[in-house]
Design a binder for this molecule. Structure first.
Ligand code: URA
Length: 230
């Protein structure tokens, strides 16, 4: 890899500012100042910027426990900052957020630098199930399981929803697994059953479960097994 690209991928420097840092003599490779932006690095080259060791992170795969009042877009919306502002890592703003949760929804968000992997998580055709824990305003009707398994008709949609699995914990607390992600989908599904969602929390995406010890706003890297499960 070229040295200027390496610098821009593992620091907050743009490619142009990486070149300037090189010209200033701020960068060493294996202890020797290198000023040429096109310098081709060997795999084991030790690069330092102003004496600080840099490490290339490769592809990034992150799970984050989304708190309320942040949005799942790369820039903030209105008074709500982007969920990416919770990541204290270089170039966080360039990462892909796999699917959107509403500002008032909490729980599992997957974030990655790998575009095709992100697509596999979000594409309805890949049937990657998303499980939500939901509290409802009203007691659930008796045949809710059957209606959701057969698909319900959402307002302003051409087709009914795909089959969804409902697990009743109590009359007003349920787990719902869906494999698509239409706008406000879960809220609209319960509206179709004459109910209303009070709290919505995503616990699982495909084979990836939100870590129990991640407090709202905290994140961790995915394990190799979790990455491969998608
Ligand atoms: N369905 C919703 O209605 N909201 C979400 O945030 C996620 C799924």
């Amino acid at each position: 890899m070229r040295l200027d690209r390496f610098l821009s991928e593992c620091t907050d420097l743009s490619r142009a500012n990486a070149k300037k840092a090189l010209h200033r003599g701020d960068v060493t490779c294996d202890g020797v100042v290198v000023k040429n932006p096109g310098f081709k690095m060997s795999d084991h080259c030790e690069v330092r910027l102003l004496g600080e060791r840099l490490q290339h992170l490769g592809e990034r795969y992150i799970m984050l426990n989304k708190p309320v009042d942040v949005v799942c877009s790369n820039v903030g919306e209105g008074n709500y900052p982007s969920v990416l502002t919770l990541l204290d890592i270089p170039k966080a703003q360039t990462l892909n957020i796999a699917g959107r949760l509403d500002a008032d929804t909490t729980g599992l968000i997957l974030i990655t630098s790998n575009g095709p992997w992100c697509h596999r998580v979000t594409s309805p055709n890949k049937e990657c199930g998303k499980r939500y824990r939901i509290t409802l305003a009203e007691p659930l009707i008796a045949d809710a399981e059957q209606q959701l398994a057969e698909g319900v008709q959402l307002h302003n949609e051409k087709k009914p929803t795909r089959p969804a699995q409902l697990e009743r914990i109590s009359d007003t607390e349920v787990l719902l697994t869906i494999s698509e992600g239409k706008y406000h989908q879960v809220k609209r599904m319960f509206a179709a059953l004459n109910n209303r969602v009070i709290t919505l929390h995503r616990e699982q995406v495909g084979g990836i479960t939100l870590g129990e010890n991640l407090a709202p706003g905290e994140w961790r890297e995915l394990t190799a097994e979790e990455i491969a499960s998608v």
